[in-house]
Write a protein that binds this ligand. Structure first.
Ligand code: FAD
Length: 441
């Protein structure tokens, strides 16, 4: 054994844990510096009867790695770009921020999510919904090939021509079929956006959302939008007009040139407290959502909706709007459709493509808030049932979604059956079960 396994108390045992709601006690931690290290770690775990957990940033709220051999990929930070082919090979520890910075030098961009601190591979394996989604699809749709260590310790390349079934299933099943050491993804020729956020006060919320609901139905696919109810803490870092308040945050990411004209109806609906929408380099894409970048405790829940009717909006306002006292830090609706709804050239396990919106409900705060937050999230998601499609949104699976029966509903039934068959082939002993687990058939 050449790879070092850090035991509790030894240097290297502490892993990055961006979501501090989970305090886990792995049996040991391997900080991988090569794909070979991961192969060795997986073989060792299999021989010792330990499950394998994998972590890049620790952002996800998933099964704690208690008693597992935890493979940290955080030092696998290599990026190589082929500007002519418009592709990047991205190692497992790369964050969205460094990938965006590297690709921008070539006038290109990856399909990243809202926050630059999220791991590119972890994001992509769950589907990956980002500000370019309606133009270019889910991140997973853009993957050309990937390298993965499976439960037998083999390092395999999966692509539409090599191991095509594995290629289909890894993209959407997160860490269930092995540890991805690197992937090759398409890049897109985007260097700028007309984008940012409009922040409205509580009193304007209903009026702006009425306008938004009609407006959003007519925007082109090159426009991605979302809105969020934010209950902001009274912290100095938050600009004064928003500090300690309920705020409606409308987010815009538009790759076209006539953004100002397109956004005019939203600006006319009410005067924003802050208008931060304008021309921006793509490298500033993280400022659109402005997600916090510091490690924090966070619990969440998600759903998919077929439509956003006036009744849907009423439910959201009644249960989470400005007049409601509730432990809801963030209630967000993202518009889907466009390229997200198309059958991709390289199909994957990411389904429910006909969903029109994703819903995300989250609460940040101390552990005492967890129980009331869970109750509040459940009430809201249940009240949205008449418009829901499937179970939780695959990209936002959370610690509330660890029951395999719930995880199954994040997939389309035939895809889930195919994933279970793949799990039986590639991981019959369920070595990779410290995740949103798909048990072998
Ligand atoms: C602030 C914030 C903003 C977000 N915004 C978006 C968004 O806009 N769009 C979106 O789609 N999602 C978004 N997410 C969700 C995010 O994509 C998932 O939580 C993702 O799993 C995080 O990956 P990670 O590697 O950073 O986290 P980690 O906690 O390190 O990993 C999460 C899980 O991914 C799997 N995994 C990670 N690396 C590997 C690997 N190399 N091989 C196999 N499995 C692996 C494992 O199952 C692991 O448990 C956001 C999350 C946060 C915290």
């Amino acid at each position: 054994m050449t790879v070092h396994i850090a035991a509790p108390g030894e240097p290297g045992y502490e892993v990055s844990r961006a979501n501090t709601i989970i305090q886990e006690r792995p049996a040991g931690v391997v900080t991988a510096r090569s794909a070979g290290d991961i192969q060795e770690a997986v073989r060792h775990a299999a021989a010792a009867g330990l499950p394998v957990a994998v972590q890049a940033t620790g952002h996800a709220y998933t099964t704690p790695a208690d008693g597992a051999l935890l493979v940290s990929t955080r030092e696998l930070t290599g990026i190589s770009i082929d500007a002519e082919a418009r592709t990047a090979r991205v190692e497992a520890g790369v964050h969205a921020g460094s990938l965006i910075a590297a690709t921008a030098e070539h006038g290109l961009a990856p399909i990243n999510g809202a926050a630059l601190t999220v791991g590119t591979v972890g994001f992509t394996l769950g589907g990956g919904l980002g500000p370019l989604g309606r133009s270019y699809g889910f991140a997973v749709d853009n993957v050309r090939s990937l390298e993965i260590v499976t439960a037998d310790g083999a390092l395999r390349t999966a692509s539409p021509v090599e191991e095509p079934d594995l290629f289909w299933g890894v993209r959407g099943s997160r860490g269930n079929l092995g540890v991805v050491t690197a992937l090759v993804t398409d890049l897109v020729p985007v260097t700028r956006l007309y984008g940012g956020g409009l922040y409205f006060d509580a009193a304007s919320t209903v009026r702006v959302l009425e306008v938004y609901r009609e407006w959003v139905a007519s925007v082109p696919n090159s426009m991605s939008t979302s809105f969020a109810f934010l209950r902001l803490p009274p912290l100095e870092v938050i600009p004064e007009p928003l500090r300690g308040k309920f705020v409606l945050h409308v987010r815009i990411a538009y790759t076209g040139d006539d953004g100002e004209t397109l956004v005019r109806p939203l600006r006319a609906a009410a005067t924003p407290l802050i208008d931060a929408v304008g021309e921006m380099p793509y490298t500033s894409v993280g400022t659109i959502h402005n997600d916090p970048s510091e490690p924090a405790p966070f619990v969440e829940r998600s759903a998919l909706l077929r439509e956003l009717s006036t009744e849907t909006l009423k439910v959201l306002l009644d249960l989470a709007g400005p007049d409601v006292e509730a432990p809801l830090t963030l209630v967000e609706l993202r518009q889907l459709g466009g390229a997200l709804a198309r059958r991709p050239e390289r199909p994957s396990a990411v389904g429910h493509r006909d969903a029109a919106y994703s819903v995300f409900v989250g609460t940040a705060g101390l552990p005492e808030l967890v129980e009331p937050a869970h109750e509040c999230h459940t009430r809201l998601v249940d009240a949205l049932s008449p418009w829901r499609l499937g179970g939780p949104f695959l990209s936002f699976l959370s610690g509330m979604d660890l029951d395999p029966a719930v995880i199954a509903t994040a997939y389309e039934p035939a895809d889930y059956a195919r994933l279970r068959a793949l799990k039986t082939t590639f991981d019959p002993t369920n070595l990779f079960r410290v995740n949103h687990n798909i048990p072998p058939g």
